[in-house]
Design a protein around this ligand. Structure first.
Ligand SMILES: Nc1ncnc2c1ncn2[C@@H]1O[C@H](COP(=O)(O)OP(=O)(O)OP(=O)(O)O)[C@@H](O)[C@H]1O
Ligand SMILES: [Mg+2]
Length: 315
């Protein structure tokens, strides 16, 4: 492996299922100690891309280099990688430590090193207190963390997580985030897919938006937001009820557009955020609308993501 290869390098990867193109030329590089969040609507091709990275799917064209080797042709290259699948993939009747010992053996951890490897994985994922509990008795949050422990028991340098927060409550999500950060701080490269844009914005060093098989936007969240929105703030108006067609037209004339397909929530970008909020309130009242709340907030990845998905931001 040369420095130029990086830990993971993907160039111009293309793939079609039964003639239907899913990946249309994806380039991606991942460096040690960074968290990369892969974003994209359902069906954008995130899981397909992950399958090519793991060597489970050979792309029609392009190259994947894991530690300098092609994982589809050189299975040993996959030793640097740990994969956390979306579904919990554990033995429900075995305890946490029994599960991890089993995964360690499957990952060729030498027998004499298994006990230490299991302890280390439990400590990094903060599940030591559940070591002797059968997995089927764990809460969802602990199961998620055990799923991660199973993927890191062989000390991979790259950890891939496919939707780690699906069905996880807010406390468990915070615990997962801190486990992921801890691994990053140890130098592990993290690639995760998520639909949770708040999580991505708070956790990722870089995000990439996959749309129709291409990475149309990529970068550090703060830098992407600054270049898309500059200093502008988002004004969000919540009405006490859905406006009639005439009122809706007036809202449109104020530059407001419905948010998240809700008739009572309208928003626009504005360079004089707070000042405009006051003026807007007066103007809406003058046309007989009673805003319940006008919020001024910095645009988030949600905003950017909806622009990317409806094509108002070019790649
Ligand atoms: N084995 C397969 N055979 C045929 N089509 C497939 C196969 N796997 C995925 N697809 C299709 O390819 C497209 C991309 O699927 P993929 O699972 O990669 O998307 P995704 O971004 O992971 O979506 P989600 O957010 O829903 O998990 C979808 O249209 C899907 O139906
Ligand atoms: Mg998927």
């Amino acid at each position: 492996m040369t420095a130029a290869d990086g830990l993971l390098t993907v160039s111009d990867v293309r793939h079609a299922y039964d003639g239907r193109s899913v990946l249309q030329g994806v380039d991606l590089t991942l460096n040690p100690g960074e968290i990369y969040a892969l974003l994209g609507a359902n069906g954008a091709g995130k899981t397909t891309l992950i399958r090519t990275l793991c060597g489970r799917l050979k792309p029609d064209a392009g190259t994947v280099r894991l530690n300098g080797q092609d994982p589809a042709r050189v299975p040993s290259a996959r030793a640097v990688l740990g994969l956390v699948p979306q579904e919990i993939a554990l033995y429900p009747h075995l305890t946490v430590s029994e599960n991890l010992a089993t995964f360690a053996s499957l990952a060729q951890v030498p027998r004499a090193a298994v006990a230490d490897a299991v302890q280390r994985a439990m400590s990094l994922t903060r599940i030591l207190d559940r070591a002797h509990v059968p997995v089927r008795h764990l809460s969802g949050g602990y199961q998620r963390r055990t799923n991660i422990a199973a993927a890191i028991v062989h000390q991979p340098r790259l950890l891939i997580l496919d939707e780690p927060t699906v069905g996880v409550d807010i406390d468990a999500r915070a615990a997962l985030d801190s486990v992921i950060r801890g691994l990053r701080d140890l130098g592990v490269a993290i690639l995760m897919t998520t639909h949770d844009l708040d999580q991505a914005g708070g956790l990722a060093d870089r995000v990439g938006f996959l749309k129709a098989g291409r990475l149309v936007l990529e970068g550090a969240p703060a830098a992407l937001l600054a270049s898309a929105f500059g200093e502008r703030m988002e004004l969000v108006v919540q009405l006490s009820e859905a406006p009639n067609p005439e009122a809706a037209e007036r809202l449109g004339q104020e530059g407001l557009a419905p948010v998240e397909q809700r008739a009572d929530l309208w928003a626009r970008l504005d360079s004089d955020g707070y000042e405009s909020a006051g003026l807007l309130h007066t103007r809406l009242q003058a046309i007989g609308l009673r805003p319940r709340e006008i919020r001024v907030r910095a645009p988030s990845l949600h905003h950017l993501f909806s622009q990317v998905t409806d094509g108002t931001v070019a790649g």
